[in-house]
Design a protein around this ligand. Structure first.
Ligand SMILES: NC(=O)c1ccc[n+]([C@@H]2O[C@H](COP(=O)([O-])OP(=O)(O)OC[C@H]3O[C@@H](n4cnc5c(N)ncnc54)[C@H](OP(=O)(O)O)[C@@H]3O)[C@@H](O)[C@H]2O)c1
Length: 279
């Protein structure tokens, strides 16, 4: 039998990355829809504020998803205090822009640690419980940036592409265990993660709209929950083009076709000898 969407009668919902943006809006939305929600992030103060405003529907469980032992203890703690987790939305993530001409290896590692390693730690703690009960639902929050290359997203886009691939694999395998796996691929959402990003953000939606779209998708068996579709479907169409066409198209659309200032240097701390024959 195919896995089907869970509801509040099946257990509690767990949302990671719940202290701001999409995660906080989704916690409020799920609570309004009748769920009891465990909310996780590192910022205990913000989680406690969510709990305080919720009339008992929301409980705060502060946790850093990079710490796999802490994640395992958090999952055990949620189930001990609130009951079995039926729905998990693995939403914790960071966007750290990378300059291709001078990549910051530490920022790239942090991106993979949080976005991919965090999801892996959550799945390691969750899957045996949900599969053992033959009932559950897991949504991995990726991004439309995972559809293909995008300037500044050498780490972020790679991590989100990996999450899409991971979700596909989990969906293939976990269906027979009664666990429904979905992937969320938003376009631009107006959250703190977008603060300071100067590039154009067409069709950006509010966190509340994003939460409503995710909640609607979670009530279905649809594999991919993507929005706003006029943006994400257009992006999918562009990425389906031969690379020889989309490379100049995306470069032009994102401003990366402009010629460089001749004095531009990759990194001021790393003087570069002019190119030429070796002495
Ligand atoms: N905004 C967009 O346009 C957009 C588009 C597509 C996809 N997304 C994805 O949507 C998700 C939510 O992003 P957002 O836009 O809502 O950004 P946000 O407001 O910055 O929220 C990110 C959340 O992740 C949590 N987080 C970060 N590092 C963590 C860690 N090590 N352990 C536990 N929690 C951690 C943060 O909480 P603490 O700092 O308190 O830990 C925060 O709650 C991310 O996965 C993001 O990639 C966003």
């Amino acid at each position: 039998m195919s896995a089907r969407p869970v509801g509040p009668d099946d257990g509690v919902a767990w949302v990671t990355g719940a202290s701001s943006g999409i995660g906080a809006a989704l916690v409020r939305r799920l609570a309004a829809d009748g769920w009891r929600v465990a909310a996780s992030a590192r910022s205990a103060d913000k989680l406690n504020a969510l709990e305080a405003e919720s009339d008992g529907a929301v409980r705060a469980f502060a946790c850093d998803v990079v710490d796999a032992d802490a994640v395992a203890a958090t999952v055990a703690g949620i189930e001990a205090e609130m009951g079995p987790i039926a729905l998990a939305v693995l939403n914790a993530g960071v966007y750290l822009p990378i300059k291709a001409e001078a990549p910051d290896a530490a920022a790239m590692k942090k991106t993979f640690d949080v976005n991919l390693g965090g999801a892996a730690a959550c799945l390691a703690a969750l899957n045996p419980r949900l599969a053992g009960r033959r009932r559950g639902q897991i949504a991995l929050v990726a991004s439309a940036t995972g559809f293909g290359g995008m300037p500044t997203a050498a780490a972020y886009g790679a991590s989100k592409a990996a999450l899409i691939n991971m979700a596909e694999t989990l969906r293939l395998e976990l269906d027979r265990w009664g666990v429904l796996v979905q992937v969320v691929t938003p376009g631009f959402v107006d959250t703190p993660a977008q603060d300071g990003n100067a590039f154009p953000k067409p069709f950006m939606v509010s966190p509340e709209t994003a939460a409503a779209r995710i909640a609607r998708g979670l009530a279905s068996r649809r594999f991919e929950i993507t929005f706003p579709r006029r943006f994400t479907w257009a992006l999918k169409a562009i990425y389906a083009l031969p690379r020889g066409i989309w490379l100049p198209l995306v470069r032009a659309q994102t401003g990366w076709a402009a010629p460089l200032d001749e004095n531009a240097r990759p990194n001021v701390d790393c003087p570069v000898e002019p190119a030429g024959p070796a002495a």
